[in-house]
Design a protein around this ligand. Structure first.
Ligand code: CA
Length: 224
């Protein structure tokens, strides 16, 4: 999952980026409203953490413009203001959630998990796909009830496939959602990680759709 964090307070921005990367997200960070608007227009983020008071363009305006342009990614507003009227204005501008500063990072992480889960049409934090079970709260994966040890990279790929259940994902799309802007990626990387996941979870866990990409399908939904 790739996130955009828009926050002009350098200390808070640094803390957020660190905590989110540690939680397994690819993170693009900007402190400037104009750059934030551009990034949201051009990059495929899975969620955005958006401060309201920003240099050049304020967060509420950015959000309204994104929604007018049809960008549907979940947006969580982060702000020092916690008056009820600001919350109403934020939701009406197209925000999906709201967190008032100061906040606990654990709460931000839980809210982001919920937003991303909901945007993938999933209600439960535990995703079950045949014998594979993925607990998005703890990043733990089991196969037929037995814990499977995955690296951070493998888990990120698996979680992205699972959040897009049934959807065919191209290598380009996977790359764009799993790595931040500055990451220099070899075009075979995704294939290598798919291979490792199949060895750990069984060859049937991830389907190859020739010429198009990869997908995970629940066995009961698979076409025979
Ligand atoms: Ca600010």
């Amino acid at each position: 999952m790739r996130l955009l964090v828009v926050e002009d307070d350098p200390d808070l921005a640094g803390q957020l980026a660190e905590a989110l990367r540690e939680a397994g997200y690819a993170v693009d960070l900007t402190r400037d409203g104009e750059e934030a608007e551009f990034l949201g227009d051009t990059e495929p983020y899975d969620a955005v953490v958006l401060d309201l008071g920003l240099p050049n363009v304020d967060g509420m305006t950015i959000l309204e413009r994104w929604r007018e342009s049809g960008h549907a990614m979940p947006v969580l507003i982060l702000t020092a203001r916690d008056r009820w009227s600001d919350k109403v204005a934020g939701f009406d501008a197209g925000a999906d959630d709201y967190l008032a500063k100061p906040f606990r990072i654990e709460e931000l992480l839980a809210r982001l998990r919920a937003l991303i889960r909901r945007s993938g049409g999933l209600a439960s934090p535990v995703i079950e796909i045949g014998p594979v079970s993925i607990d998005t709260r703890s990043s733990r994966v089991t196969l037929d009830g037995t814990p499977v040890k995955l690296t951070g990279q493998e888990y990120r790929l698996l979680a992205y496939l699972a959040h897009n259940l049934g959807k065919v994902l191209s290598r380009t799309e996977l790359t764009e959602h799993l790595y931040d802007q500055d990451f220099d990626l070899d075009s075979n990387t995704i294939e290598v990680f798919i291979g490792r996941l199949r060895r750990k979870l069984g060859a049937a866990a991830i389907e190859t759709v020739r010429g198009l990409g990869y997908r995970m399908v629940r066995p009961e939904d698979a076409e025979s």
